[in-house]
Design a binder for this molecule. Structure first.
Ligand code: BJ8
Length: 426
């Protein structure tokens, strides 16, 4: 990697803390990803992206800013990338998946806050996230209570925090609220960028984001093959990079990877032997570099064939279907697309479990591992009924609750291994 010290300093990063984070991440990455055998060649691109995730990609963001483009950071898949692109902005994901400076985070947040929120604060207070520091606007969304209240505390710590309200029910009023919030968000984007969202710019943006989604949907479908042509770890990595990379380059690279995987499927080349127990993971999102659970699962003689998660199919399975030619019709199309997202903050939320069943069937999985972060009320609460419904449908389900630490790794592995034995007998 080139020397980016000057750029990191100009962003106000704490160089010592940042170096320490990069070194831990670099080692973890090698251990987790390079220890896999027979990885697809196409993963080399994603290895490169990860090696430059705080380097070259940040330089690109800074160059874009130099050309007057705005960087918009967000923590949730309800924030439409299309709208950001329609003002020629750059959208970046800010969720963090590592236990960094939790002591600092706990000076502002209760201890019983989920790791995802704590990590966002740990990264901010430790000044180690160049994406956050490069963001001209940070969008916070009113989803779970934890995030909603945490944004009140985050507000004074960042340059420009914009709060987006979100509905909690899939009602007519809920949809109207979402549409209105997106209309307000357009105004905010127009103000910060000095550019107008037009029918043409929005249509173009929809095309770009849809292409990205179609590429990951293609990847998701290929994973139905047995033997699995790609590991769950690598597929998760692709879904994580979705939130950071240049959209055109990302789409192109995923499609190239899929071309290779299709040949693997034809040749029956797999990452795991044919007949390896197959699982779908469902639940909370796994942000970079949260690879803990997939690593435990795939080192227990099972393969992950799909993620029902916002870093996975919940975030990408719907395309935006353009249903008209006016701004209002386009806004309707975008609202309809995002209103499908079945996050556990919605009540009731029946489509989520229905989709988990569908994924299990389509991907020929034998079981589901439900993953909740500790203290995540929405997903922990929903995990009971989800398990009940899946088991009733004959789908073995294992419910796990964990955090970003490695303390419970041994215990989790024991439970996962026992679950895999159950799947073998199915
Ligand atoms: S649409 S899943 S990205 S809100 S893990 S912070 S829910 S307490 S992340 Fe999410 Fe948007 Fe929903 Fe998706 Fe709260 Fe739970 Fe923490 Fe969570």
């Amino acid at each position: 990697m080139s020397d980016y010290t000057e750029m990191w300093s100009s962003l106000g990063l704490d160089l010592k803390g940042h170096d320490a984070l990069l070194s831990v991440l670099g080692n973890a990455y090698s251990d987790v990803f390079f220890s896999q055998k027979n990885r697809p060649e196409g993963m080399k691109y994603f290895d490169f992206v990860m090696s430059e995730v705080h380097g070259l990609r940040i330089k690109e963001l800074m160059d874009a800013k130099g050309q007057g483009r705005k960087v918009i950071g967000s923590y949730c898949v309800f924030v439409p990338e299309e709208l950001v692109l329609a003002v020629d902005g750059v959208a970046v994901g800010l969720c963090a998946g590592a236990e960094f400076n939790f002591e600092g985070a706990e000076t502002l947040l209760p201890r019983n806050t989920c790791s995802l929120i704590k990590a966002a604060f740990g990264f901010k207070l430790g000044k180690v996230c160049p994406y956050l520091e490069a963001s001209d606007v940070v969008v916070g969304e009113n989803t779970c209570d934890g995030k909603k209240k945490a944004y009140e505390i985050l507000g004074p710590l960042v340059k420009d925090l914009y709060i987006m309200d979100l509905p909690q029910t899939k009602s007519e009023m809920g949809r109207a609220l979402l549409k209105e919030e997106y209309r307000k968000f357009i105004k905010k984007l127009e103000k910060v960028s000095g550019k107008k969202v037009t029918v043409a710019s929005l249509k173009k943006a929809v095309e770009i984001v849809n292409a990205k989604r179609m590429a990951v949907k293609r990847l998701a479908a290929i994973r139905a093959a047995d033997p699995a042509p790609i590991s769950g770890l690598d597929a998760l990595l692709v879904n994580q990079v979705f939130f950071h990379d240049d959209p055109f380059r990302f789409t192109d690279s995923v499609n190239k990877l899929c071309d290779e995987l299709e040949i693997r499927v034809k040749n029956k080349t797999g990452m795991f032997p044919k007949g390896t127990p197959r699982v779908v993971v469902s639940g909370c999102p796994m942000a970079v570099p949260n690879w803990k659970l997939p690593l435990l699962i795939e080192s227990s003689n099972a393969v992950i064939v799909g993620e029902e998660s916002c870093v996975g199919e919940r975030g990408t399975r719907w395309l935006t279907e353009v249903k008209g030619n006016t701004m209002d019709e386009l806004l309707d199309s975008i609202t309809d697309r995002y209103f499908n997202i079945d996050c556990a903050v919605f009540t009731p939320n029946p489509s989520r479990v229905d989709y988990v069943k569908k994924m299990t069937k389509n991907l020929h999985a034998q079981g589901v591992i439900h993953y909740s972060l500790q203290f995540c009320q929405p997903y922990i609460m929903e995990s009971g009924p989800v398990e009940k419904e899946l088991e009733k449908s004959g789908i073995p389900t294992l419910r796990l609750e964990t955090d970003y630490s490695q303390e419970d790794a041994g215990q989790l592995k024991t439970r996962i291994e026992a679950f895999v034995e159950r799947l073998k007998k199915k």
